[in-house]
Design a protein around this ligand. Structure first.
Ligand SMILES: [Zn+2]
Length: 89
């Protein structure tokens, strides 16, 4: 059975392992907003994939929620206002 001739020092082992886990990741550019994204993944900035809108972004969701809330409040005001006016009369 072959046996190593000399002990591998901690230093040599550490040097060998130093560059083990590092790989340069590939990246691409979003077709829509030109931000840097991982390949084959939907852009997190604008929600586009290959130029097609796939996802709602966080900002868009917040905006739609806010608009829905405003519409609900406006509807409540419209429905409540006549009853208050009638109560005062
Ligand atoms: Zn994008």
């Amino acid at each position: 059975m072959p046996v190593p001739k000399r002990k591998r020092s901690h230093s040599r082992i550490a040097k060998a392992h130093a560059n083990k886990g590092y790989k340069i990741k590939a990246f691409t550019e979003c077709h829509n907003c030109k931000s840097v994204i991982n390949p084959h993944q939907v852009c997190s900035e604008c929600g586009h994939y290959k130029g097609v809108k796939i996802l709602k972004t966080k900002m868009e969701r917040a905006m739609s929620r806010g608009e829905a809330r405003k519409a609900k409040e406006a509807h409540q005001k419209e429905t409540q206002a006549p009853t208050v006016a009638q109560g005062q009369e």
